[in-house]
Design a protein. Structure first.
Length: 221
């Protein structure tokens, strides 16, 4: 049987403390970061966001007015810049058309309804949508990423056949519906994944070492 996820969370929090995630000065900056961080690391995203800030363009209205080529060049450090410029543009079109560029108005919508809208925007998948909902919109939804899946698989808490929805359902069923807890748990998973549960794992120093099943790590390499 898997351990209590609440026990896992409290153990990690005690071991590693608060991760102060997601970094961003405004909800809109968090939304932009959630789209730019697809398939890259956060250091590259920070460089792209810094370019937008230096150009005084980090508002929905100003970015929406920007032509594709200029936007792509500014976010170049985030990688796949042409694709990500299109995804940002699609999100901005949606935000301007549905909510006149007002994130506060957008986040007044119910979690379920807003999630469906975000998933309908080209280039926004479940992880990006849920990151926007949790970190920018303060909605109680658990974000699943590659780190979470790898950690859970290696500890035998989920099966190989668990997709995003199944892992999310498992987590939200095992944890209190607490936005702050969802926020911190996801951030702690990211930290464990980056520092310990790598493709070549560092189990001996990992704070989750005591939760490994007998025989060591399972699949999910």
């Amino acid at each position: 049987m898997p351990p209590s996820l609440q026990k896992v969370y409290h153990h990690l929090y005690k071991s590693m403390g608060s991760q102060h995630w997601w970094p961003g000065e405004t909800p809109f900056e968090v939304c932009v970061g959630a789209i730019l961080t697809q398939n890259t690391n956060w250091t590259n995203v920070e460089k792209a966001i810094s370019n937008l800030k230096k150009a005084h363009l980090l508002t929905p209205q100003r970015l929406h007015q920007l032509d594709h080529q200029r936007l792509a060049q500014l976010i170049r450090p985030a990688g796949y810049f042409n694709i990500k410029a299109k995804r940002l543009a699609a999100f901005l079109d949606y935000l301007m058309e549905a909510y006149e560029g007002d994130l506060g108005l957008m986040f007044q919508k119910s979690l379920t309804g807003l999630r469906e809208e975000l998933l309908a925007v080209k280039g926004i998948g479940p992880e990006t949508a849920d990151s926007i909902l949790l970190y920018a919109g303060n909605k109680s939804v658990f974000v699943v990423d590659a780190y979470t899946r790898r950690i859970f698989l290696r500890h035998g808490w989920i099966g190989e056949d668990f997709d995003y929805a199944a892992i999310q359902e498992y987590c939200m069923g095992a944890l209190p519906a607490d936005r702050a807890l969802f926020n911190e748990f996801h951030a702690l998973m990211v930290r464990v994944g980056k520092d310990y549960c790598r493709p070549r794992p560092r189990c001996e120093t990992c704070p989750l070492k005591s939760f490994l099943p007998e025989g060591g790590i399972q699949g999910g390499f």
